[in-house]
Design a protein around this ligand. Structure first.
Ligand code: HEM
Length: 225
C-alpha cells in the first residue's frame, strides 16, 4: 500500500515537473495540463491518469515479451521461419498476444440484463470478460492452440480488449513487441530454453512469467541444434 502511495506521489511530481517545463502541444501531458488549467480536471485526476497509463503499459508489454521469447524457444520451426522471413514478425506478435494474452480478463458489472448464448445474466451481475478464452475459441480460430504465422485476420483477437475501453496503447504494445523480436532475431542465431523452470505468476488477471532461463547462441546457423 505504501509503495502505491509513493508511486502516486511520483506521478504527481512528474506532472508538476512537466507543467514547469511547458510541454509541447500535441503530447498527452500537455493535454492533461491544459485540462487542469481550464478547471475541467483536478490535479489529482491528472496524476491518476499518468499512473494508469504507466501501469497499463509496463507489465503488459513486459509479459508479452517474455511469452514471445518462450514460444520462440519452444517452437523451432516457427523460429526458423521467422529468421528466414522477418516480415512475419508482426504476425508472430499477434499470435503470442492471442495465445498468451498478457491480461487474461477484466471485470465488468452488467447495467441491464444481458442475454448471451441462451443464458441471461441479471442486472448488476459481476462478470469477468475472459479475453484469453475468446482468443482460443475454436469457432473463431481454427487450430486455436497452435501458432499460425499465416492466419487470416491475425489481429482480430481480444488481447487488447474490445469496444469503448479498447486498449489506448495497442499500437505502442504492438510496436514494442515487434521491435523486441526483430532485435532478438537480428542479434542472435538461435534462442533455446536453458535448464531451469519458468513458472507463471499466480494470478487470474495476468499471464506473466516469473523467470525464463534461455540460451542465446551466435555463430550457429540453421537452428544450431
Ligand atoms: C502488450 C501490451 C498491452 C496489452 C496486452 C494491453 C491490454 C489491454 C486491455 C485488455 C485493455 C482493456 C481493459 C478493459 O476493457 O477493462 C487495455 C486498456 C488500456 N490500456 Fe492497454 N495493453 C497493452 C499496452 C498498453 C500500453 C503500452 C499503454 C499505454 C502507453 C496502455 C494503456 C491502456 C489504457 C490507458 C487502457 C484503458 C482504456 C480505457 O479504459 O478506455 N496499454 N489494455
Amino acid at each position: 500500500m505504501l509503495n502505491g502511495f509513493r508511486f502516486f506521489k511520483w506521478c504527481r511530481d512528474q506532472f508538476d515537473e512537466a507543467e514547469a517545463r511547458e510541454p509541447k502541444p500535441g503530447f498527452m501531458m500537455g493535454a492533461l495540463i491544459d485540462a487542469v488549467r481550464e478547471g475541467t480536471m483536478t490535479r489529482a485526476d491528472a496524476a491518476a491518469i499518468v499512473l494508469q497509463i504507466i501501469i497499463a503499459g509496463s507489465d503488459s508489454s513486459a509479459s508479452l515479451m517474455g511469452s514471445m521469447v518462450r514460444l520462440l524457444a519452444q517452437n523451432p520451426e516457427v523460429q526458423e521461419e521467422l529468421r528466414a522471413k522477418p516480415e512475419l514478425v508482426p504476425n508472430f506478435v499477434e499470435e503470442v498476444l492471442r495465445l498468451e494474452s498478457p491480461f487474461q480478463g477484466h471485470f465488468r458489472k452488467t447495467k441491464v440484463p444481458v442475454e448471451l448464448h441462451g443464458e441471461t445474466l441479471p442486472e448488476n451481475a459481476r462478470v469477468m470478460l475472459l479475453w484469453a478464452s475468446g482468443n482460443r475459441d475454436p469457432r473463431k480460430w481454427p487450430n486455436a492452440d497452435q501458432i499460425d504465422l499465416h492466419r487470416a485476420g491475425p489481429r482480430q483477437h481480444l488481447a487488447f480488449g474490445h469496444g469503448i475501453h479498447l486498449c489506448l496503447g495497442a499500437p505502442i504494445g504492438r510496436m514494442e513487441g515487434r521491435i523486441a523480436m526483430e532485435q532478438l532475431l537480428d542479434r542472435t542465431d538461435w534462442v533455446e530454453l536453458a535448464d531451469g523452470d519458468f513458472p507463471h505468476r499466480k494470478s487470474v488477471f495476468v499471464r506473466t512469467l516469473e523467470r525464463l532461463p534461455v540460451r542465446l547462441r551466435s555463430g550457429v546457423r540453421s537452428g544450431g541444434r
